[in-house]
Design a binder for this molecule. Structure first.
Ligand code: G6P
Length: 608
């Protein structure tokens, strides 16, 4: 999704801006641009396509200056063209923007009436003209920007520079992420701290409504009420954020292979004496978990699938009713919450706009809000009563892998802690499941050893247009996640079905051109699932089945079986996720797609 980088310093900031944009590339974008203030003028470069194209253009034109803003754009209003790329300008003002200005059409009409000429289809361009229009009303630059921002509706983060103001960078955070990075004699802004790690590890996390003025040696912040405020600076352990491909061809493959270690990190410090540590979810957790009569899970994308698995676990293991819903639906419908509902949000980034909005909408009506998140400094963590950090490490591939499996581990710990507090789970069963969680790193290593076999069969998917994924029980959301992975990165249409629903429609699609992937561990439903697989085989569908020995699925013509390790039912969804990740990865490589940055998608969706 769109990214912002801004810098003011004693040195030429062009390279800082470009390196920052490179570090935001993983989030997804389709054009890039920058503007620097140089000798009383704003110099701008914009390019559709990759940051490298912008870097080449900026270096060819020798763009330099000591104050600048830069942007990667993920098109919402208007195609990914040079005209629509940020920064947008009005006279001597240049603006970069993340988020959406909801009232841009009425503002645009009004500004056109005042004689302003628009050169893009974006909502952002109104911001530049509006500031210019306010400047013409008199008063100083700072006040003009404040008056302009007060007229904007929607969720946004802005970075603003002006040709005749070489000593200040103005910025606003209102509903879209923005952090300040603190240097020595230089300061920065970015929509993601990862962008600034080459230049600083000291950050100020802003609040909604904050207005910021950066000078080289000073950062001034005003809150939503216009009062000057001080926000604490936080020092990050930069080594935690080291991100390179480490010899792998893609970040996604590296992150798939990191799962045994990532899962171990999620468990570390959370287990005590063979049970979930009492304070694993924070000091207030005991009371909230004991009181919760209902769990409402809210999330988007892959995180939603993690929540869907947890729904099965909450009801089967902790005996607590649980609903799960995509946040973008939940936030806009009239909802009735059962008494004493605990809200559980799940998000890798902690910045997903719909998840945050759903939390804000429901929080006051709920018993409390707990989040499972990978980014301790994120907005979601700050706005939740309780937070559990997954410690998956930075995830760069847009298609989520290790974030998902660590979310599942976190959710299982939460289910166990809830069952214990509610008195519905025996100490013996808790110990048993905790022990199974402890075997996960070794089990996942075992599954990764299937990589070469999976790579070989991936060829058979390369020419296909559709694929069906089947599972039952808690393996159904695993099938959903498998289908999502395949469509995200290989662009093959993939759908997941609970296998029992096959004959209510999707069976009509099955023929010898439709690969059907099934996750089939030995469990109470295996015989039912095997009957469903026979229904597929009887229609000449080609089956790819991931099954353990005890499931006793026999390979034969049209049925390929991948031998999975035997694994206890409770943790099987975590183990069966991994071969589906590998399958989608290898199919995407064969198809030659952009695995880490698939078209049209973003890593962190900070607009609705
Ligand atoms: C985007 C990403 C997905 C992710 C989803 C939710 O769609 O491409 O990988 O699952 O957002 O993100 P979150 O950070 O809230 O887990």
């Amino acid at each position: 999704m769109c990214g912002i980088v801004g810098a003011i310093g004693e040195r030429n900031v062009t390279d800082v801006l470009i390196e920052g944009l490179r570090r935001l590339e993983y989030r997804g974008y389709d054009s890039a641009g920058l503007a620097v203030v140089d000798q009383g003028a704003v110099v701008r470069e914009r390019q559709p396509g990759k940051v490298q194209a912008l870097a080449d253009a900026a270096h060819a034109a020798d763009v330099h200056g000591r104050l600048g803003i830069a942007h990667t754009r993920w098109a919402t209003h208007g195609a990914p063209t040079q005209c629509n790329a940020h920064p947008h300008m009005s006279g001597d003002i240049a603006v970069v923007h993340n988020g959406i200005i909801e009232n841009y059409e009425s503002l645009r009409e009004r500004l056109q009436g005042e004689g302003y000429v628009f050169t893009s289809q974006t909502d952002t361009e109104v911001v530049a003209h509006l500031i210019q229009s306010e400047l013409k009303q008199g008063g100083d630059y700072f006040q003009a920007v404040r008056r302009a921002v007060a007229q904007l509706h929607g969720a946004f983060a802005l970075g603003i520079v002006r040709a005749c103001e070489p000593d200040r960078l103005l910025a606003v955070r209102q509903g879209s992420p923005l952090v300040v990075g603190l240097g020595i004699g230089e300061n920065f802004i970015s929509s993601d701290q990862l962008a600034l790690l080459p230049v600083t590890n000291r950050f100020i996390y802003l609040e909604e409504g904050d207005f910021i003025e950066l000078a080289r040696n000073r950062v001034s912040i005003w809150n939503a009420a216009g009062e000057p405020v001080r926000r604490p600076a936080v020092e990050l352990d930069a080594t935690l954020h080291a991100s390179s491909k480490g010899g792998y061809k893609h970040y996604m493959l590296k992150e798939i292979y990191e799962q045994p270690a990532a899962v171990q990190r999620t468990l570390n410090g959370r287990i005590s004496d063979g049970r979930v540590a009492v304070d694993a979810f924070g000091p207030q957790a005991a009371e909230l978990l004991a009181k919760a009569r209902h769990i409402q899970i809210l999330a988007c994308g892959t995180s939603y699938h993690a929540g869907y698995v947890a729904k099965y676990w909450f009801e089967a293991i902790a005996g607590v009713s649980c609903h799960v819903e995509v946040a973008s639906e939940f936030r806009y419908r009239t909802t009735v919450l059962p008494a004493d509902t605990l809200i559980v949000t799940i998000s890798q980034s902690g910045e997903t706009a719909d998840t945050l909005a759903a939390l804000r909408e429901v929080k006051a009506r709920a018993l409390g809000a707990l989040c499972i998140c990978n980014v301790p400094t994120s907005t979601l963590v700050r706005e939740s009563d309780l937070a559990f950090i997954t410690h998956a490490g930075p995830e760069i591939g847009v298609a989520s892998t290790k974030a998902f499996t660590t979310q599942l581990v976190a959710l299982m710990l939460l289910v166990l802690a809830t069952g214990r507090r509610q008195g519905t789970l025996s100490a013996e069963r808790e110990r048993d499941i905790v022990q199974q969680l402890g075997t996960l790193p070794a089990l996942l290593d075992g599954v990764l050893a299937l990589d070469k076999d999976i790579e070989r069969i991936a060829e058979e998917f390369g020419e296909k247009h559709h694929t069906l994924f089947l599972g039952r029980g808690a393996q159904y959301p695993v099938a959903m996640e498998g289908a999502l992975k395949l469509k995200e990165i290989s662009y093959i249409h993939a759908e997941a079905y609970p296998a029992g629903e096959l004959k209510h429609g999707p069976l009509a699609l099955v023929d010898n051109d439709m690969p059907v992937v099934a996750v089939a561990p030995k469990n109470d439903l295996i015989d039912k699932l095997k009957s469903n697989l026979q229904e597929v085989r009887a229609r000449a569908g080609v089956l790819y089945v991931f099954a353990d020995h005890a499931a006793d699925v026999r390979p034969e013509a049209g049925i390929k079986v991948f031998p999975m390790p035997s694994v206890a039912d409770e943790v099987a969804p975590i183990v069966y996720t991994v071969p589906l990740q590998l399958l989608s990865y290898h199919v995407a490589v064969i198809k030659g797609t952009d695995v880490d940055q698939p078209r049209n998608l973003a890593k962190s969706v900070t607009v609705e």
